[in-house]
Each structure stands twice: as C-alpha cells, then as structure tokens.
Design a protein around this ligand. Structure first.
Ligand code: NAG
Ligand code: NAG
Length: 240
C-alpha cells in the first residue's frame, strides 16, 4: 500500500513541473467590469468600466471585445452606432436586423459587438452605449420589465494562451470585417453588478389613442343599436 502511494507521489512529482510550465506560459487576465445605467424612460445610456489588474504586457497583442445580446424588449440604433464608430467614440457593430419602430412583441433579437484596442487594456476603459427600450403594448398601463443581459468578454491572442477554462465563441474579427467570424475565448470576469431589470412605462399616449378608438367604436355600435331599436319601434307603431 505504501509503495503504491510512493509510486503515485513520484508520478505526480514528475508531472508537476510540466503542469507548472504550461500554467506559467498562459496569460492571467484579471478583469473587473462595472455597469451603470443613466437616464430613465425609453432612452438609456449603458456605461461600462473595464478594469484590468496585474496586466501582462503580452496582452498588448490581443484583441478584446464585448458581446451584448439584445433581447426583444430593447434595441441599439444602427444609425447611432454608425455615428459613434465614425466619430471614433465606440468601435461597435450590430449583428442582426434592427427595426427601431417595432414594439417589443414584434421585435427580433440582435447582438452588439464592441471592440476594444488591446493596448488600451493597460488603463481603465470607459464605454458608453445608448440603448432604447421598446414600446410595450398593454391596455392596463403601469410598467413593464425588460432584462438587460450581462456582456460577454471576448479575447483573442495571436501567439499566447489565456489561462482558464476554454469557452469558445464565434464572433466577427473586427468592425471592419464584420462578415468574417473567428473563434474568440469567452473570458470570465468579475462583474460589479447583477443582471438588471429595466422598467419601461407601458400604456402611454399611443395606448390612449388605441383605447380611444375602441371606445369610439363601442360608442358608435351602441348608437347604431339604439337607433335600430327606435326604428324598429317606429316601424311597429306605423303598423298599428
Ligand atoms: C491600439 O491603440 C494604439 C494607440 O492608440 C495604436 O498605436 C494601435 O495601432 C492600436 N491597435 C489596434 C489593433 O487598433
Ligand atoms: C460566456 O461568458 C458569460 C459570462 O461572462 C456566460 O454567461 C456565457 O454563458 C458564456 N457563453 C458561452 C457560449 O460560453
């Protein structure tokens, strides 16, 4: 029994340096993301602060991107994203078709990719993305809830490996080559926030118009009904 134990220990001792070696070679990424949402109502600004601790100089060769899945309840405006990209404020692209007029129940999902320059990871990176909540149809009014997903942190390094579990995600290589998808590594980060539910007012003026039309139709139907009754009575009176 003791011999078996010693044998195992030896084998372990033999492989330990190999394990250490591969661990040492990989880049340790320690990223924290903070999220804040500005404004209320239908138009919000999503603010992220991406901070990297003990940054490895090798990451300057890496590409870094954020991927945000946008659900039916909200949208990112493609024109706005194009403007931000042209003004070099945000290197972002949208994957998917965005109908900015569609109400929540008729809308389709889309994805936003924001590309961060690898060398910028040395500092804190502050990002601002405008999002818009979609109008939700309801006759009751009050507030609807929309879930805001957490962004995914994607990293791609040409000549080095990032430590940690390998979770591969396919995403565009850059904003300039939005059509060419490559494999990125989905990195886990420390999120200084929880998945959020945004409140969206429902039953606004459009709804009132909708209610008004129905009221009007019902009212008219009532008038026609009463009129038909009186005409019927008149007819009967005439018969007598
Ligand atoms: C990243 O930014 C630095 C300095 O702003 C620039 O020199 C470099 O070319 C950029 N790299 C990429 C991949 O855009
Ligand atoms: C990517 O990472 C996020 C956490 O940052 C996780 O919620 C998501 O499920 C991951 N996706 C894949 C495909 O691994």
């Amino acid at each position: 029994m003791y011999h078996l134990f010693a044998f195992c220990l030896n084998i372990f001792a033999f492989f330990l340096p190999l394990i250490n070696c591969s661990e040492k070679d990989c880049i340790n990424l320690d990223v924290t993301i903070t999220q804040k949402i500005e404004n209320l109502g239908f138009h919000r600004d999503l603010n992220w602060l991406v901070e990297t601790q003990n940054l490895d100089p090798k990451t300057s060769a890496c590409s870094v991107a954020l991927k945000l899945n946008i659900g039916q309840g909200m949208f990112v405006n493609p024109d706005q994203v194009d403007d931000l990209r042209r003004l070099k404020k945000l290197d972002a692209i949208i994957d998917g078709i965005v109908d900015i007029e569609a109400p929540a129940h008729e809308a389709t999902k889309h994805t936003v990719y924001i590309f961060l320059n690898g060398t910028q990871l040395l500092d804190k990176i502050a990002l601002k993305l405008p999002i818009h909540l979609r109008y939700q149809r309801s006759l009751i009014g009050g507030h609807g809830k929309v879930i805001l997903n957490k962004p995914w942190l994607l990293v791609r390094c040409p000549n080095s490996i990032i430590c940690g579990k390998d979770r591969k995600v396919s995403a565009p290589i850059s904003s300039k080559e939005a059509e060419s998808f490559v494999v990125w590594k989905n990195i886990s980060y420390k999120a200084q926030f929880d998945e959020m539910e945004l409140l969206v007012p429902v039953g606004n003026l459009n709804d009132y118009a909708y209610v008004a039309i129905i009221t009007c139709i019902l009212g008219c139907a009532g008038c026609v009904y009463i009129l038909s009754l009186t005409t019927a009575e008149d007819n009967e009176d005439n018969k007598k």
